[in-house]
Design a protein around this ligand. Structure first.
Ligand SMILES: Cc1cc2nc3c(=O)[nH]c(=O)nc-3n(C[C@H](O)[C@H](O)[C@H](O)COP(=O)(O)OP(=O)(O)OC[C@H]3O[C@@H](n4cnc5c(N)ncnc54)[C@H](O)[C@@H]3O)c2cc1C
Length: 482
């Protein structure tokens, strides 16, 4: 027997849940199919547990940097208490709360592994071997996420390395941890485990946080070193082996061997599309699913599939691998599926309700290192490469009164990239304690295309770190001709 729904969503991570929710709010029936835990990577093995691991160290160091407070906090982190608190943020890897939410939202849930058997046809195999057949009247959305990439290093796969899953759900703190990678996950986990007492070595082929402004990666490299992390830039592993005692031996190109209790690989992500039966609908397995801005999947010819029925949201479409941006896509996707199914007008011009325009040049991202890096829009280099005529304005955040009150000896840096032709902000990067809370203001400036002369009238409260906005504008110079 086949059950029919207006919409089938494969993958009940944060993104799939939101697609289904919006479609149901738009008057459609929807079913979510989930092979593991409802809530996906972000809830159990990514955003939530990683930030729960990071926050206690940040809070401790924050107090240690304020005269009067530092005298009161002289101990180390309690690693077991940190791990216990992390467990609660990962809901103890129990998804019953999220299942309740799905039910309450009027969405059906089928547990099991989904594969396509044809156009709008999906088969779900449950753990007990039973099979459920689903047919979509209007659309199927793939929200199956991504998995860790294991680089092709001899011996690596057999050495049972940690991926982000093991790093975020570990039950104890390894005495020594080697990390392969220099991106966001590598830098965050190096911060977390160094704070928890591991001796951490990072092997990064290139500079850290290479997609950010260069100064951000350099400041994070310096701060990791200050935390005791051995950051080796331009370094890679040539061979990995775990011996019978469980010790991992990582060989470097010069023959040096690093020994550690665990090895974390944080070297990128791969699409989770290898076992979806994509060949049954004319697509190639193991590839990212390219989409247009309404999240319709594009075939090899660059056009939506016949009948415009297949969508992809979240990591699997490779537009932006971040939860908040995937959820933004999900809102557009669920809404546009409902609009198309019910004959409502579709708002698909740039910045319309049914498109994920912000994915292109206005993505906010925080790297929760210590200090954190918060950025949105284009870096100076990316703006130049895109052909903009730019002016770059830098400011030392520590010179702002609010920052100096916040932390003794506050050091941080802000950069604003201005489009000189339109006099609007193309990108902003902040590095410094608690700058993540400035990011939405920067995102509003970028998305809103607010002219600098109008931003001049946005008065930051005194004394707050957000006064850095005023300093950036002053440094840029007011255009009095306007
Ligand atoms: C360590 C780490 C920290 C991160 N921290 C942050 C952060 O702080 N902020 C942020 O914005 N982003 C963060 N991210 C990124 C974020 O986790 C992802 O962007 C987000 O989880 C993607 O959500 P998704 O719904 O697309 O995929 P997922 O969350 O992976 O969900 C996909 C779901 O699909 C299911 N599935 C897959 N195939 C099938 C199938 N065939 N049948 C049925 N079900 C299937 C899976 O079981 C899974 O539950 C982090 C990532 C990592 C690795």
């Amino acid at each position: 027997m086949t059950t029919e729904y207006d919409l089938i969503v494969i993958g009940a991570g944060a993104i799939g849940e939101n697609v289904a929710d919006r479609a149901v709010q738009g008057g459609l029936s929807a079913v979510l199919v989930e092979a593991e835990l409802v809530g996906g990577e972000c809830s159990y093995w990514a955003c939530m547990p990683s930030k729960a691991l990071l926050r206690p160290g940040e809070a401790l160091r924050s107090a240690q940097h304020i005269e009067g407070s530092k005298e009161a906090v002289t101990g180390e982190l309690d690693a077991q208490a940190v791990l216990k608190r992390r467990d609660s943020f990962a809901s103890n890897w129990d998804d019953s709360g999220q299942v309740e939410w799905v039910k309450g939202a009027g969405i059906d849930l089928v547990r099991g592994h989904a594969t396509f058997t044809g156009v709008k046809e999906v088969e779900v195999k449950a753990a007990d071997g039973s099979v459920t057949r689903l047919h979509a009247r209007h659309a199927v959305t793939v929200s199956t996420g991504s998995v860790s990439l294991l680089p092709d290093i001899p011996g690596l796969a057999d050495a049972q390395p940690w991926t982000s899953r093991e790093a975020t759900s570990a039950k104890s703190v390894p005495a020594r941890l080697v990390i392969i990678g220099g991106g966001v996950v590598a830098a965050e986990m190096a911060t977390a485990y160094a704070s928890l007492g591991s001796v951490v070595t990072m092997l990064s082929r290139g500079k850290l946080l290479a997609k950010e402004e260069e100064f951000a990666g350099l400041m994070v490299t310096e701060s990791l070193r200050a935390l005791g992390v051995d950051v080796r830039v331009g370094e890679s592993a040539t061979e990995v082996r775990r011996d019978d005692d469980g010790i991992v031996h990582t060989t470097l190109p010069d023959g040096t061997v690093l020994e550690s209790e665990e090895l974390l690989v944080a070297a990128g992500r791969l699409p989770r599309t290898g076992d979806l039966g994509l060949e049954a609908i004319g697509l190639t397995p193991n590839q990212w699913l390219d989409t247009d801005d309404t999240l319709l999947v594009l075939g090899d010819d660059g056009k939506p599939l016949d009948g415009e029925w297949l969508y992809a949201t979240g990591d699997v479409n490779h537009r932006v691998l971040l939860t908040h941006q995937g959820k933004y896509q999900a809102r557009a996707c669920g809404d546009v599926i409902a609009a198309r199914a019910t004959g409502q007008p579709v708002s698909d011009a740039p910045w319309g309700r049914h498109v994920a325009t912000a994915d292109h040049e206005a993505v906010p991202q925080v790297t929760f290192t210590d200090p954190p890096v918060a950025s949105v829009g284009l870096t100076a280099a990316a703006a130049e490469k895109a052909g903009y005529r730019t002016k770059v304005v830098d400011y030392e955040i520590g010179n702002v009164a609010g920052a100096s009150v916040h932390t003794d000896g506050y050091t941080g840096k802000a950069r604003m990239v201005v489009d000189e032709d339109r006099k609007v902000v193309l990108g902003v990067t902040f590095v410094g304690p608690d700058v993540q809370e400035l990011l939405t203001s920067a995102t509003m400036a970028v998305v809103g295309g607010i002219p600098l002369d109008r931003l001049w009238h946005v008065v930051p409260a005194y004394p707050t770190i957000s006064e850095v906005w005023l300093r950036l504008l002053e440094t840029y110079g007011r255009d009095d001709s306007a």
